[in-house]
Design a protein. Structure first.
Length: 67
């Protein structure tokens, strides 16, 4: 096997690896987006529940009182 053939095979392997990793990252991005939406819905639902129970509105960007 010539050096050129070995380099071509190595490049093909690395190209395939990069494509695989790109697919994985794209899938993870979709999953993170989906989970962030669901988390936002949960937080909104909990804030509504707090208000319905007579409590104050929960503000996610406020530090807890012990900080």
């Amino acid at each position: 096997m010539t050096d050129l053939t070995q380099m071509e095979e190595r490049i093909a392997h690395l190209t395939r690896t990069v494509e695989d990793l790109s697919d994985i990252v794209a899938r993870q991005e979709r999953e993170i987006t989906r989970l962030a939406r669901r988390m936002q819905m949960v937080m909104e639902r909990e804030a509504e529940r707090e208000l319905d129970a007579g409590g104050a509105a929960v503000l996610a960007d406020q530090k807890p009182p012990h900080w």
